[in-house]
Design a protein around this ligand. Structure first.
Ligand SMILES: Nc1ncnc2c1ncn2[C@@H]1O[C@H](COP(=O)(O)OP(=O)(O)O)[C@@H](O)[C@H]1O
Ligand SMILES: [Mg+2]
Length: 263
């Protein structure tokens, strides 16, 4: 229990030109993600959440610090190690429409990783895996041949989740996965992620500026502002007893419609 599957230490990433307009978008962030648990990351827009997510995915060559997954230091991984990272750590994005190739059928979107990251060449096996993953994500066989525009926003996010899940990942990094959806649909997607976590033991990094969502889903929490870590710890403790003024301000700005009614 409480096995740590991802450990980040002093991660920083800057943009701009050295000595000129350089600034730290992620400034010395450390955290741990536990197996089958959810780490929430909250903070206002521009606080560095997505940049941190991209650091975790190994997408920046110039990020500093250390992010350990198994024996791999993601920030200094070689090609082969990065392939493992790309398979085992999957992302789900905010806008399922722009992150899904509009010219590909649902089944082909989901099959891509099975072929490219898992190296599965047997067409029947690919098909079966696609079908099974779609079922797990609440999509039906009859939807396989459809294109992204033929789905609703919530269903498209199910396709994104299925695409991520198809390669049997250990970790899902979900960057504002419900922010583009109606509240009732948000609840369905969150429930789906929680079910998948229970069944598969997934570690989830759940990024959002919406505290009501994060409160519901997170076991642990990071609060970020201007690239810096403002507060971290067990989620419920922070929500019950926030220590920092910024966290208190964020908590007080929770919007009107409550997600809790739908969950
Ligand atoms: N590719 C980039 N080039 C320059 N600045 C960037 C780039 N990506 C993000 N930033 C800046 O880094 C900061 C953090 O952005 P981001 O990580 O997207 O924040 P969040 O996801 O919390 O809204 C912002 O000031 C943003 O403008
Ligand atoms: Mg972002």
């Amino acid at each position: 229990m409480n096995e740590i599957i991802l450990k980040a230490k002093d991660v920083s990433k800057s943009f701009g030109r050295k000595g000129k307009d350089e600034f730290l978008a992620v400034d010395n962030i450390s955290f741990e993600l536990k197996r089958a648990k959810t780490l929430g990351i909250v903070g206002e827009s521009g606080s560095g959440k997505s940049t941190l997510a991209r650091c975790i995915m190994g997408l920046y060559k110039d990020a500093t610090g250390e992010i350990k997954y198994k024996d791999i230091d993601i920030l200094n991984a070689n090609k082969k190690e990065l392939l493992d990272v790309r398979r085992d750590i999957q992302m789900v994005f905010q806008d399922p429409y722009s992150s899904l190739n509009p010219r590909k059928k649902c089944k082909d979107i989901i099959a891509t990783g099975i072929k490219n990251l898992m190296g599965e060449r047997d067409k029947k096996k690919v098909y079966e895996k696609v079908l099974k993953t779609m079922e797990i994500c609440g999509l039906s066989k009859s939807q396989m041949e459809r294109y992204p525009h033929e789905f609703s926003g919530g269903q498209r996010q199910r396709i994104s989740i299925a695409r991520a899940l198809a390669v049997d990942p250990q970790i899902i990094v979900a960057d504002e996965p419900t922010s583009a959806l109606d509240v009732s649909i948000q609840a369905q997607i969150i429930n789906l992620l929680e079910e998948l976590q229970d069944e598969l033991g997934l570690g989830i990094i759940f990024i959002s500026h919406d505290l009501s969502v994060v409160r519901h889903i997170s076991d642990d929490l990071l609060v970020m502002k201007s690239g810096k870590l403002i507060e971290s710890g067990p989620s419920e403790e922070i929500f019950e007893n926030p220590k920092d003024d910024y966290t208190i301000k964020l908590l007080n700005s929770v919007p009107g419609e409550s997600l809790a009614e739908y969950l």
